[in-house]
Write a protein that binds this ligand. Structure first.
Ligand SMILES: *Cc1c(COP(=O)(O)O)cnc(C)c1O
Length: 347
């Protein structure tokens, strides 16, 4: 692997107290090309614009997918990844669905680990601080023939992050638009899945919500997930979450929270959840919490939701399951507590 270091770091120009998440990147990036059936030219170079053909198929047919993961720093300045092999396996799953070549596992981790070592000063210690890692693959071949491309680029870029949403989050249960269909690409982190959400989400924002809860595309009766989060519902003494499917993304945070909750003695039920059940529970006062889960937000409490023309507010709860689970997961991620699951990997 070729390495070209930046002349002088950009880190001093970044205000870590007021981070504009997603707009600031660390000093270096990893890139690798797929040409003639082989991954070639792996290198780490200073973060910079790239040059591609305007006919690159990614611009015309959306052949692209990505991952989202985080690096955490503990008080000894050691850097940790959380279940990174799960991210690797998922980008392979996404790549296969989008007819893209599989990026080799060894090269993925060699590139990632080298990049994190070079940019380690961008990872700030303290809960909430992390380096968000964005691996992605796109069709770079300059030809607008509507078939899968023969040339691709794999890249990893990194953005420093502090806590994600701060305001109270309310969500709209969507009945008209759909995020993902049976047999579609909902389970993949396919770029186009997100583009298709922006318009319905902007309408929801106009109505006073921040995000959408998607329902199944054929009946709109079953809860699926939110924009980039899986969902959990605390109803009476149970924690409910929908099973993953071809229209629900198999979140790593989701499955980690399920495991932690079970080990804390919480009664977790993974089963289809009807919108009606949620409305009934909200009306009868048995719906206690809703929260989203994902790498970016970790655990995001949701304070209210809307369905058709009705709005529902959730009560404030002491010792919420959202906060208990978030603390435990963060504790493991930041190496503050024992990791009985062997989820964390030291860089
Ligand atoms: C990334 C993502 C999630 C969360 O997955 P994590 O592995 O927990 O980060 C959930 N839903 C969608 C649609 C996503 O893109």
């Amino acid at each position: 692997m070729k390495i070209k270091k930046i002349d002088s770091s950009n880190i001093n120009s970044v205000d870590f107290e007021n981070l504009n998440f997603g707009a600031v990147f660390s000093d270096h990036m990893f890139t690798c090309d797929y040409v003639d059936g082989k991954w070639i030219n792996p290198e780490i170079i200073p973060y910079q614009p790239i040059s591609v053909s305007p006919a690159s198929r990614v611009f015309h047919y959306g052949q692209a997918c990505f991952e989202g993961m985080k690096a955490f720093k503990d008080d000894n300045n050691d850097v940790w990844l959380f279940r990174p092999t799960e991210n690797y396996n998922r980008i392979i799953k996404s790549s296969v669905r989008l007819a893209m070549p599989k990026f080799p596992e060894e090269l993925f981790f060699e590139g990632l680990n080298t990049l994190l070592k070079m940019d380690a000063q961008w990872i700030k210690p303290g809960i909430g601080n992390s380096l968000y890692i964005r691996p992605f693959i796109f069709a770079s071949e300059g030809s607008i023939n509507a078939t899968e491309a023969c040339e691709y680029k794999f890249m990893i870029i990194c953005a420093p992050a502090s806590s994600y949403y701060s305001d109270d989050v309310k969500v709209k249960i969507e009945k008209s638009f759909s995020r993902a269909a049976k047999g579609g690409v909902g389970y993949a982190k396919a770029a186009g899945n997100y583009a298709a959400q922006f318009y319905p989400t902007s309408l929801a924002i106009d109505e006073g919500y921040q995000q959408i809860i998607w329902t199944d595309s054929s009946t709109h009766q079953y809860i699926e997930e939110a924009g980039t989060m899986n969902l959990f519902f605390r109803i009476e003494d149970k924690l409910l979450t929908a099973p993953t499917s071809d229209s629900i993304l198999d979140g790593i945070t989701r499955k980690s929270l399920i495991q932690i909750a079970k080990d804390k003695g919480i009664d977790v039920e993974v089963r289809p959840i009807k919108v009606d059940e949620l409305i009934d529970a909200a009306n009868s006062g048995t719906l206690i919490e809703i929260f989203g889960s994902g790498t970016a937000v970790v655990v995001l409490p949701i304070v209210g939701f809307g369905f058709e023309n009705k709005k529902f507010d959730l009560p404030k709860v002491e010792n919420s399951w959202a906060s208990i689970l978030k603390n435990e997961l963060n504790g493991i991620q930041y190496n503050l507590i024992d990791d009985p699951y062997n989820w964390t990997v030291k860089i």
